[in-house]
Design a protein around this ligand. Structure first.
Ligand code: CA
Length: 241
């Protein structure tokens, strides 16, 4: 969130009554808004305007909200924009699909304005200080960026520079799934050619450093999402490194 400027929210929803209602309520609370009624338009607006947050309806004509979400995450210009999915689907499996596709949060219809505002504020708070905070925390992991120190459950953890950058990126976006290609871009940079397989090697090292040996029996914090990538997720079922 840019200091001193009211956050800009992009509303992507084909039901015009709901757009009107959301626009009214968000502007009343001091947000600026933009509206888009289909996915293709939303992708263009998001890339051009770079809103502070996107409210994205799941059920859209042509492209589904889920597909729009994936597209937003694939484009370098929109990949970091916070997304809250709006949907009538309340099933656990759908919730997981929404979050796996890159959404930061999820609100089920019908929702109250106060609930939606609370979610928006929480996501904005989570996203903006995370990028600048010197100390990041997730579960029992603490990462001091200035001191270049990582601790888990109070124990120092030694990481190589690549594993440090990987963990920092995960800690800045907990729960979000990143593909190997996205991690390559973020951690190694666009100009360097590194094989996607290299990411697996460093993830393995990071896991080993974080989880310790089997005797310590620490829950695995890194979730492998088959054919998709990796996420920092304390609720993940453990996987052998
Ligand atoms: Ca809709």
């Amino acid at each position: 969130m840019r200091a001193g400027i009211q956050p800009l929210i992009l509303i992507v929803e084909d039901e015009t009554d709901l757009v009107t209602l959301l626009t009214y309520n968000l502007e009343k609370e001091g947000f600026r808004t933009l509206a888009s009624y289909d996915g293709d338009d939303a992708l263009l607006i998001a890339a051009e305007q770079r809103p502070d947050l996107i409210l994205l309806d799941w059920m859209l004509p042509q492209r589904s909200g889920l597909e729009v979400c994936r597209q937003l995450r694939r484009n370098a210009k929109t990949r970091d924009l916070p997304i809250i999915m709006l949907t009538a689907r309340g099933e656990e499996a759908d919730r997981v699909r929404g979050l796996d596709s890159g959404a930061d949060d999820y609100v089920c219809k019908p929702f109250s304005t106060s609930e939606l505002l609370a979610r928006i504020r929480a996501v904005l708070r989570r996203v903006s200080p995370r990028v600048t905070d010197e100390v990041l925390g997730y579960g029992d992991v603490e990462m001091d960026l200035a001191a270049h120190r990582v601790r888990r459950a109070g124990q120092d953890i030694h990481l190589g520079p690549t594993e440090f950058r990987l963990l920092r990126h995960f800690m800045q976006h907990p729960g979000r799934v990143f593909s190997r290609e996205q991690l390559l871009d973020v951690v190694w940079g666009h100009d360097v050619y590194v094989e996607p397989r290299t990411v697996d090697v460093h993830i393995r090292r990071l896991r080993k450093a974080l989880n310790g040996n089997q005797e310590t029996d620490m829950p695995d914090l890194i979730r492998t999402v088959r054919s998709a990538g990796y996420a920092l997720d304390a609720s993940a079922p453990s996987h052998a490194a």
